[in-house]
Ligand binder design. Structure first.
Ligand SMILES: [Fe+2]
Length: 304
């Protein structure tokens, strides 16, 4: 059994309001390339961060299901700018793109050249991942999923040096997350936990994390959806559930729900969490003959 997670994790409500000093302490000073999207910027989260960072360039063009051409374009800028740090601020699309851009910062060519496991020669630039949704888990995994829009295919680009150096997780970023995104990304987190728990590479360590994650998500997703601003316990619960689910599937795996939803997402540009939520019951039914003992443990855990 093996468990590998080199990412430092800071989980605290309000920690982003002192992100500048935390980054200086944890990573050091230096030129920063900030990867984000227009939705995060419109919510004001980027401004808060920019006010605290002295030397930063912003790239805000990441789209849902991030495209190879966007990552390549940002990679060119990074090679020119030569920053010391890539800062990803956003949902899974942004964090995955930030990891891929960090790879292009130290390696030649285009991102499609690096499809697969450790196809790069040089370690990527260090990445700090700041999730702004409660679903991705990308802040604690080694993989970047990038859509090749010509091939209509989602490429997995991964390697042991692709873990973010630091995950800065602040549940208060969810204060401005619309309820439909709380639901969609929260369901993604739940699917991460269910799949990490039921796929073949699961271990007692990843099971422990998956169980705690499912407990947190079941207790907090509905109240978080109903009142993300007023219910701090639910806000912190769903954010922690998402993080811990990422720690679990990062060392176990995801399964058929993710395989199908990544294919469907690449073909029709469907939000990842929604595709997962629609597919989960069908995959559970299909897997029942093989996974019944694990499903029974989930049912007991959730008092069903
Ligand atoms: Fe996912």
């Amino acid at each position: 059994m093996r468990f590998h997670l080199p990412t430092r994790i800071i989980f605290q409500s309000g920690v982003l309001s002192r992100a500048g000093s935390v980054l200086e302490q944890e990573i050091g000073k230096g030129r920063t390339f900030l990867v984000t999207d227009k939705g995060v910027q419109a919510a004001g989260i980027t401004d808060n961060l920019l006010a605290q960072l002295p030397d930063v360039a912003v790239f805000n063009e990441i789209e849902q299901n991030p495209r190879h051409s966007t990552v390549d374009r940002a990679g060119e800028i990074v090679r020119e700018m030569q920053p010391e740090l890539i800062l990803g601020l956003g949902g899974g699309s942004v964090l995955d793109a930030a990891k891929a851009i960090a790879l292009l910062g130290t390696n030649p060519g285009k991102i499609e050249d690096y499809e697969g496991r450790k196809q790069y020669r040089f370690a990527p630039l260090p990445v700090v991942a700041i999730p702004t949704t409660c679903g991705t888990g990308s802040e604690v995994t080694w993989v970047a999923v990038i859509t090749h829009s010509d091939r209509r295919f989602k490429m997995s680009i991964k390697g042991p040096e692709m873990y973010p150096a630091l995950a800065l997780v602040d549940p208060d970023v969810l204060l401005t997350l619309p309820p439909r995104l709380v639901a969609a990304t929260g369901m993604d987190a739940l699917v991460h936990a269910v799949e990490a728990f039921t796929v073949k590479p699961a271990t007692p360590i990843t099971d422990t994390l998956a169980e705690e994650s499912m407990r947190l998500i079941f207790a907090s997703l509905e109240p978080a959806y109903q009142d993300i601003q007023g219910n701090r316990t639910a806000r912190e619960g769903i954010m922690l559930g998402s993080l811990v689910a990422g720690m679990s599937f990062g060392n176990s795996d995801v399964g058929a729900v993710h395989c199908l939803s990544e294919s469907v997402g690449a073909l029709f540009d469907i939000p990842h969490g929604i595709a997962n939520a629609v597919l989960l019951p069908f995959v559970m039914e299909f897997n029942l003959p093989a996974a019944a003992p694990k499903y029974a443990r989930i049912a007991r855990l959730l008092r069903i």
